[in-house]
Design a protein around this ligand. Structure first.
Ligand SMILES: [Ca+2]
Ligand SMILES: [Ca+2]
Ligand SMILES: [Ca+2]
Length: 246
């Protein structure tokens, strides 16, 4: 790959390769080249999943993909790497590692790398990163709420918390599994006007709604998440009065 160039791997399946380099995909690229890996499944190859040749340091971005069944997924210590919204059986030692699941992707098996019911790849991907409207089998790429990780989109739904007000709300979940927790506690309890300080301005907010019930956990004035603003909340507020948010 030439300097400044970008290679995109989308809807690719690279599996069961055995070769002298010991790699599923090996790039020889300029140091400022980029490799985009999107909705791709790289599995069960000899040695590594993704690597670059000696002295070649491209930047790798892995999105909505599955890297599974290798000795290691990357040989790129010190190289630019991000892996997001994907399944990997290997931790990333440098770079961005965001929403990466280290669970068996539950391939159908027997050489079929599509997904079984209950696969953790279902709905794991980020819809905004989708590159093609169809998957590797020419099925509609995004089915149900969230795009699946890997080369094959499944028809299966994802169970999770569908309550938008819950702390563990999953925007990719299709059916509610009863796992919803309450709303998230605020990062800085008592700073009702979000200015970074807990002071008289916040006290006025609390007093204005004192002895009322707002019906929503952690609304302004509610320190303990029980939806009512009362003496318990006032005492909790006073215990942090005069402090700054961390
Ligand atoms: Ca899906
Ligand atoms: Ca404040
Ligand atoms: Ca309360």
């Amino acid at each position: 790959m030439a300097s400044g160039s970008t290679a995109t791997m989308d809807n690719c399946l690279i599996a069961n390769n055995f070769n002298t380099t010991g790699t599923g995909v090996l790039f020889s690229a300029a140091n400022d080249a980029q490799v985009e890996v999107i909705n791709t499944t790289i599995a069960d190859n000899d040695g590594l999943a993704l690597a670059s040749t000696a002295g070649s340091f491209p930047t790798f971005h892995v999105e909505n993909s599955i890297l599974w069944g290798h000795n290691f997924n990357f040989l790129m210590s010190g190289l630019g790497l991000s892996i997001r919204n994907s399944i990997s059986d290997d931790e990333v030692f440098t770079g961005v590692d965001e929403n990466v699941v280290h669970l068996d992707p539950l391939f159908v098996g027997g050489g079929d790398y599509s997904l079984q019911v209950g696969s953790p790849a279902i709905g794991l991907g980020e819809n905004a990163e989708v590159f093609s409207p169809l998957d590797l089998a020419f099925n509609t790429r995004v089915q149900n709420a969230g795009v699946d990780a890997g080369a094959y989109e499944s028809p299966f739904t994802l169970a999770g918390c569908t309550d938008m007000t819950a702390c563990n709300y999953n925007p990719n979940a299709d059916t509610d599994d009863g796992s919803c927790t309450g709303p998230c506690a605020p990062a800085c309890p008592g700073d009702f006007n979000n200015d970074g300080f807990i002071n008289a301005s916040d006290l006025l907010v609390l007093l204005a709604v004192f002895n009322t019930n707002c019906g929503v956990a952690y609304c302004d004035g509610d320190m303990n998440g029980d939806t009512s603003v009362d003496t318990t909340d006032l005492l909790a507020f006073l215990s942090v009065f005069g402090t700054a948010c961390e």
